[in-house]
Write a protein that binds this ligand. Structure first.
Ligand SMILES: [Zn+2]
Ligand SMILES: [Zn+2]
Length: 350
């Protein structure tokens, strides 16, 4: 049929003429929107491979600086050099989320501590709260170095900056540090205030994402806490400290990536090295016995007090049981079934 074949011939030409006449800045603004809202890397890549012009404009630093984690982050099983390169391009373009994500991946997954930490520092200098908090965890644990590299004061200072930006884990960590006098002068009342603030923010975060079908509030105690019964009657104080739990808020995509990475590459963890027992964390130890153990059972271990507090609330409380303990020949505290070379500290439940 000559008619259709003619149409087929002319149409693409017309479209391409029209496309060529579009100014670069208009295409750039469309591509920026796309990189910020794409639901997967393939959504973005499919546009890049359409033609040369979209390919070069799509890799413009303006577009890469706007890319969201859904655009630049793949599943750990699909990690490869080209994904790494793309993430690096985004970080180089000033994309703070990409700096933090690549920083975490390099530091923990690829064990490239120096460049990982400096990428996180770049994000932290731009007031990226998760980056500030992650650097605090590194300082508290002396991650990537030895036990003597722990810098509690630096950890507290970083935590305070992240807490100031409203980061819930940082607020919780800072609260515990103040309560215990860990890296900072002890101030129980102030610590308590930070813990309450963490709970309130956690609740606010959950309320803002309500709309899913799961029950978002569950009572913890068979009998309500006496302070609840004395309430003013204008609703309940929905704080976990008062016996009421809300589900865990969304974990950061970088933490999710780490968790999945170590699930599928369990061999990449050095021998004797453990993952933080809080499932939403994903941080592995960078040396043996880096993380502290639960003081009651000794079978779980955490990168931070914040992870311990969360895991206790959502999971560990139900399964924690005291284990027979004794001191070994070197006077170390050892739980039954452990091999006894542990020099890791224990962590009391709060
Ligand atoms: Zn953790
Ligand atoms: Zn325990």
């Amino acid at each position: 049929m000559p008619f259709t074949s003619k149409r087929r011939k002319t149409c693409p030409e017309k479209t391409s003429d029209f496309f060529e006449s579009l100014p670069d800045d208009l295409l750039l603004s469309i591509l920026c929107k796309l990189s910020a809202t794409a639901s997967s890397p393939s959504d973005f890549i499919n546009v890049l491979v359409t033609c040369k012009r979209l390919n070069s404009l799509g890799l413009h630093s303006l577009v890469l600086s706007k890319a969201s984690h859904k655009t630049f982050l793949v599943k750990p099983q699909n990690w490869c050099d080209s994904v790494h390169r793309f993430l690096k391009h985004c970080a180089d373009a000033g994309n703070i989320e990409a700096c933090y994500t690549l920083g975490m991946i390099r530091f923990y997954c690829l064990q490239n501590r120096g460049s990982g930490a400096s990428l996180m520092a770049k994000a932290a200098m731009n007031s990226h709260a998760p980056a500030l908090y992650s650097l605090a965890v590194i300082q508290f644990n002396g991650s990537g170095g030895t036990k003597n590299d722990k810098d509690l004061r630096a950890g507290v200072a970083l935590c305070a900056r992240a807490a100031f930006l409203g980061h819930v884990d940082a607020l919780r960590e800072l609260g515990h540090c103040l309560q215990d006098g860990y890296g900072v002068k002890q101030n129980v009342a102030e610590g308590r205030r930070f813990l309450l603030q963490a709970n309130a923010r956690e609740l606010a975060a959950v309320l803002s994402t309500v709309g899913n079908k799961r029950p978002w509030v569950t009572w913890n105690l068979p009998v309500p806490h006496p302070r609840l019964r004395l309430g003013t009657g204008s609703g309940c104080p929905l704080l976990s400290d008062y016996g009421c739990n809300v589900p865990a808020s969304e974990t950061h995509p970088a933490s999710k990536f780490l968790s999945e990475w170590f699930v599928i590459r369990s061999g990449s963890l050095g021998s004797g090295m453990r993952l933080c027992s809080h499932s939403g964390c994903g941080r592995p130890e960078t040396r043996r016995h880096e993380f502290r153990r639960c003081s009651v059972c000794g079978v779980v271990n955490y990168c931070s007090r914040a992870c311990q507090a969360l895991d206790w609330k959502f999971r560990h409380k139900a399964e924690c049981a005291p284990v027979e303990r004794w001191l070994n020949d070197d006077g170390e505290d050892v739980a039954a079934g452990e091999n006894g070379d542990g020099d890791d500290e224990i962590m009391a439940n709060s």
